[in-house]
Ligand binder design. Structure first.
Ligand SMILES: [Zn+2]
Length: 360
């Protein structure tokens, strides 16, 4: 518990100083799964790469903050320290306890772990035990919910009514959170959607429970962020290089409002149509806004003043994302802002043309 108090003190000192040194009203969250050489590359970074990430944050003077406090500050208009960031891990893998925890502990940095309770209760060898999770909690890590079963929340069973589906989803979210409360004595305030998949209905379930909903689409967090779909930057071996890492940890939220056409369930073969949104003015170059599909294809956009319409690429079965970025305004007599991008991302969950979900 002493470490926990120490971490809170770090946070309070950081807040006090934030009034004087480059206070920000935005931040970013990193999302890791495994930190290991021997787990699937798609959801892993090696311990060496993870340490490189931490070294970068340390050398560049980032403030690594507890996620709930960071979100509370942004939601309440409280200034954050310059270069604020939070670190999170989904699925409570043992590799996080064995590899990531010592590296974070040696720096005294907070982090969050999202737990699907069935995996812990069933004693899967790849996942932490409740006592290991309690040890992280004693250190000052925050434990969040990730459903009990880690099922795809959006998927209906055959012949299931909307009400039956909603009750089943609510039951799975609550059962997971209740197990965390029974085992660790805290009621989680954070919930990460399994696979990062969410819809209006699941966001509603999360909102009604007073939880923060953590997603997996990229982007920084700011005043306009919907706290039922908080973006996080996924980190995996294939895109965890230092160039991208520097880009995402220095990103800022593109101030987007009035989003129309995003975050929906769609089907292969449907006309993909477009997404539209309005931009608020900010310290970024609005004329340079560009949007890309997840495979890097630049998308056609039409901007009229602050109004943007983006032609969506053909949908493919599974999770489809687009990223929109705009470079920061150049600073007079300085290039210190070079490489800083304002960022926004949206996601669509797409079924096969015959209505089936993607096997996963
Ligand atoms: Zn997960």
């Amino acid at each position: 518990m002493r470490t926990h108090l120490y971490l809170r003190l770090v946070w309070i000192v950081a807040l006090v100083f934030s009034g004087e040194v480059g206070a920000d009203d935005y931040a970013r969250v990193l999302l890791y799964h495994n930190v290991s050489d021997s787990t699937p590359a798609l959801t892993s970074v090696t311990p060496e790469k993870f340490e490189q990430h931490l070294n970068y944050l340390e050398l560049e003077g980032f403030s690594v903050l507890p996620l709930t406090e960071l979100l509370h500050a942004i939601g309440s208009g409280i200034s954050l320290p310059d270069r604020s960031i939070a670190i999170s891990f989904d699925d409570a893998y043992l590799s996080v306890y064995e590899q990531a925890f010592p590296l974070l502990k040696s720096r005294g940095w907070p982090f969050s772990v999202f737990v699907s309770s069935d995996a812990v209760d069933f004693g899967y060898g790849s996942v932490m035990t409740w006592s290991e999770l309690a040890e992280l909690q004693d250190y000052g890590a925050e434990i969040g919910g990730h459903s009990a079963s880690h099922m795809h929340l959006l998927r209906h069973l055959d012949n299931e009514t909307e009400d039956e589906w909603r009750n089943r989803m609510a039951g799975d979210i609550d059962r997971g959170n209740n197990r965390i409360e029974e085992q660790l004595g805290i009621s989680p305030r954070l919930f990460a959607y399994p696979y990062g998949e969410h819809s209006e209905e699941t966001r509603d379930l999360v909102n009604k429970r007073g939880l923060y909903g953590l997603a997996q689409q990229s982007g920084a967090i700011g005043q306009l962020t919907d706290f039922a779909q908080i973006p996080r930057y996924p980190m995996a071996q294939s895109f965890a290089g230092m160039e991208r890492f520097a880009l995402v940890v220095n990103s800022r939220p593109l101030p987007v409002t009035e989003i129309d056409g995003g975050s929906l369930i769609r089907m292969v073969g449907e006309p993909s149509g477009e997404i539209s949104f309005s931009l608020l003015l900010g310290d970024y170059q609005i004329t340079q806004i560009a949007c890309f599909s997840s495979d890097g294809q630049q998308l056609r956009i039409k901007r009229t003043g602050a109004q943007v319409r983006v032609a969506l690429p053909d949908f493919v079965a599974g999770r489809n994302k687009i990223n929109c970025t705009a470079p920061a305004m150049p600073r007079l007599g300085s290039n210190s802002e070079s490489g800083v991008f304002y960022w926004f991302s949206e996601q669509w969950i797409v079924k096969h043309a015959n209505g089936d979900w993607v096997a996963e």
